[in-house]
Design a protein around this ligand. Structure first.
Ligand SMILES: Cc1cc2nc3c(=O)[nH]c(=O)nc-3n(C[C@H](O)[C@H](O)[C@H](O)COP(=O)(O)O)c2cc1C
Length: 221
């Protein structure tokens, strides 16, 4: 049986991503785009990454700064993307160290690298934690019971234990006891740094969403 935490992290694996024609397993050629069409392309990728666990960007590395100034990175599952507001969101436990970091400094860095595509994406975001508000409530109701199981555990993430814990029990649909720990972290960003590796010459752009008109700069890789 699958560990509920594994289900939490791969819950969208039922989506037949292989059938999608959006991402081909070849490097991105940025010279095919202008700033706007590239933003549309990236938006499509993020939308796909939300719904499919097999999408190369379904898992992001999120880095935060701890109160003593140390950087800390970890993997998270992308849960929501909004191309109009430039927001990307993940779910976490309010008791987790990353939430403490974000209380101390709300700036986070999100990073993806896909070796098959040979593409790296990086963005700096301002993170907002939604806990027990309408956004959290909506996301909680949309989440699966296998995902909710992770939030009902008695030991906060990072607690020292004497042995590996048993898989948390999957709660009934009307069991909302994990909701107290459930947080939606919404990351607002205004720039994307995209690097595509090519033997013929690497391509790197800084895509800016700061103004009404999407713009980009080609930068040295
Ligand atoms: C593939 C994968 C996906 C993960 N997704 C999440 C997630 O969406 N939310 C989360 O809080 N932790 C997730 N984790 C666990 C975190 O990476 C991390 O170990 C845990 O949340 C504790 O992080 P912290 O101590 O930095 O707060 C995931 C781990 C892996 C390996």
């Amino acid at each position: 049986m699958q560990h509920p935490a594994a289900a939490e992290y791969t819950y969208a694996s039922h989506v037949c991503y292989e059938k999608s024609s959006i991402v081909k397993n070849s490097a991105w050629d940025l010279s095919q785009y202008n700033a706007l069409s590239f933003w549309d392309f990236c938006s499509l990728q993020f939308h796909e990454a939300i719904v499919s666990a097999k999408h190369p960007f379904h898992i992001a590395t999120v880095s935060t700064i701890s109160s003593n100034g140390d950087p800390r990175s970890r993997s998270v599952v992308l849960r929501h993307f909004d191309s109009n507001t430039h927001e990307i969101a993940f779910h976490t436990d309010i008791r987790s160290p990353k939430l403490k970091d974000l209380r101390n400094c709300r700036t986070a860095c999100l990073h993806w690298y896909n070796p098959a595509l040979r593409v790296q994406i990086r963005l700096i975001a301002s993170a907002t934690a939604h806990h027990q508000d309408s956004r959290a409530e909506q996301a909680w109701h949309a989440s699966r019971t296998t995902s909710r199981a992770c939030y009902g555990t008695p030991s906060p993430p990072g607690t020292t234990m004497t042995q590996f814990p048993a898989a948390p029990t999957i709660p009934d649909l009307d069991d909302h006891s994990g909701y107290a720990h459930f947080v939606v972290v919404v990351c607002h960003f205004e720039e994307l740094d995209v690097l595509a590796l090519h033997a013929s010459g690497h391509q790197r752009v800084l895509l800016s969403l700061k103004h009404d008109k999407v713009s980009w700069s080609i930068i040295a890789p």
